[in-house]
Design a protein around this ligand. Sequence first.
Ligand code: ASP
Ligand code: MG
Length: 422
Amino acid sequence: MQVFKFGGASVKNAENIKNVASIIAKYKTSELLVVVSAINKTTNTLEQVVNAYYHQTEDPHHYLNEIKAEHFAILDDLFEDSSHPIYNEISNTFVEVEWILEEEPQDAYDYLYDQIVSLGEILSSKVIAAYTQHIGMSTKWVDARDYIQTDNTFREAKVNWSLTEDRIRRDLPSILDDFIIITQGFIGSTSENFTTTLGREGSDYTAAIFASCLNAEDITIWKDVPGVLNADPKWFDHTELIPELSYTDAIELTYYGATVIHPKTIKPLQNKKITLNVRSFLTPENPGTVIRTTNQTLPVPSFIFKVDQVFFNIQPRDFSFIVEDNLSHIFSLLHQHRIKINMMHNSAISFAISVDNTGDNIKAFCGDLEKRYKVEVQKGLELITIRYYNQQTIDRVLVNKEIIRELKDQYTCQILVKDLNE
Ligand code: ASP
Ligand code: MG
């Protein structure tokens, strides 16, 4: 069997949804499960709904109505007849969130976030299931929350693999005999049936979970780029498509911040040797990038840029050495404030890290650090990672940059820089 995953851009309007249906019909070569993300930027707008509701700063309905208008406009473009049952189904789905918004917010932010933000994928999957059935395809809508079982770490739920696998294997193979399954990325459920989410951009990971549990032959992530490129075209003029990648290189690239695939996606596929294709929904006839077991190393160096970095240089106040107990304290603070390290370096008397500037939690982290350490902070930096670097590639990225830190190992070089043009 196969798994296809379609992201928000691939279903952003009626025309794109029609294209998705035609890709399914044309490129499916065996039984198929389809994972979809929320339409366009719905998840971002739902985050605004949550913030307006939780902080009671603005009217959350303002944002919810925006999402409604977008979804009903798409329905009008896909269905000739507004008495089609999907109209009611979508209205009822919105009502579930409207009920939440009627009450004063009482629950924890992360919990509320998941109950509200998960709506995006429920909506998109319902629209796509109804449309594909409308044009005569045998598809069936499946609620991923009945299958993806997680703990209750809301907004970053951990998958309970054995429960998830049991449920998937119990029900889905027989459905796949007769239907193409349409289900949601990003969402799961706790043992008490509360909705959870797996972290932003987590739909790729959902696709990998289904693929792994169903022992898929391959999985295809359909994107608006031709495949995995050696750099993000946003930052680089001359990018190259990488036709074939090993699992290890794909894991390394995503770990360092290549955003083309969610970092958690690859490991479960590697364990089962499931091939991962990254292809363009705009030029579906092209093979894109194939990720599988290969001895071939990357033919070209890859560049990964991360902007808006905050650099912390941390030293014990008593000038003692940085030893295990300081490190474990610093790591527990990072964990507590949900901060992920992009680069780290330790010496005898200091520990240095670079992290994304995610706002309030960075300030709180800094406050906690200062209780025990002397902390030097630099903001607005860029982190450049080069996999398969050489001096020429380093020189290429350092034009008009001041080096703050540089770290190298055999294959990967990370350079934290300040842009001198700014
Ligand atoms: N819709 C979710 C997000 O935008 C999940 C995904 O797209 O993968 O983060
Ligand atoms: Mg997305």
